[in-house]
Design a protein around this ligand. Sequence first.
Ligand code: FAD
Ligand code: FES
Length: 283
Amino acid sequence: MGSKMTAKKTMDEYLPKNAVIEEILQETADSKTLTLRPIDKGSTILKYRPGQFMMVSLPGYGEAPFTFASLASRDGRFQISVRKVGSFTNALHALKERDIVGLRGPYGNTFPLSKIENKNILFIAGGCGIAPLRPLIQHVFKNRKEHGRIEIIYGCRAPRDIFYKNEIESWRNNPDTAVHLTVDEPDQSWDGTCGVVCVLLPKIKLVPKNAFVFLCGPGIMIKLAIQDILKLGFKEGNIYASLERHMKCGVGKCGHCYVKGKYVCTDGPNFSYSEMKKMGIDS
Ligand SMILES: Cc1cc2nc3c(=O)[nH]c(=O)nc-3n(C[C@H](O)[C@H](O)[C@H](O)COP(=O)(O)OP(=O)(O)OC[C@H]3O[C@@H](n4cnc5c(N)ncnc54)[C@H](O)[C@@H]3O)c2cc1C
Ligand code: FES
């Protein structure tokens, strides 16, 4: 009896449950945001917390990891943002509203929600790296009084590559909050900052002592930003980066995501800088 239940639990872990695509938004030239609603009974997907990811599957095309890009709405919907880079993401981009995808998860660790209560928080995102941070940003603004000063630094290649434009503007309306944007290639509409995210660090007004930093973006951005924020006095153990590694199973079985004693899928994908140094991915 006991072993049967264990086997069922293990099998369930791998079985995708259906979700319907309720809305599709063209986010940027190569990225779409899909609003999904789980429809299969027994789906555990809505138990997710900010920072976790899921495996999305399409029969005939395969499966790939995607981060939850929003908090779940009260009626059980949430978003993923998909950048078109290869065959699977091309197939996801070809889907229409009312089409069905398979989901399994949630997987991975969550951001340290209890540790950041009453703390100042700095978010640093590059390009589609804003997606994994968005549920945490939404959580922090939903519980605004339970956190200190919030600053968000977001850099993109060009103004047309900025994700969640309207929502980002609405973040500015929160008390004791600053949002700083920068682009590498300004167009005629842009009168803001130009350059990599690090050029915005001198503008932040939050006190680094005991503050938390959450980063996601290209590896080189994470590396350079961490070097600079350490110089400002942020503590290594309070700096968290969301990492992307090739993943097949998402549940610590296949070894694809293994880095020096850690499985990015189960021990991560969110690691403190202290942990990253032990994994040899600090530089
Ligand atoms: C935890 C996690 C969360 C993710 N969240 C998102 C998300 O929210 N939105 C999104 O668009 N993508 C996300 N990704 C990446 C996404 O899974 C890949 O883009 C997807 O698997 C590519 O499949 P493909 O068949 O379209 O492209 P492929 O042909 O498999 O790959 C195209 C290119 O992308 C690179 N690539 C593929 N997978 C990864 C990966 N995991 N890490 C780094 N490079 C990769 C390949 O090396 C290749 O250069 C996430 C990955 C991980 C590990
Ligand atoms: S993806 Fe299989 S072990 Fe992490």
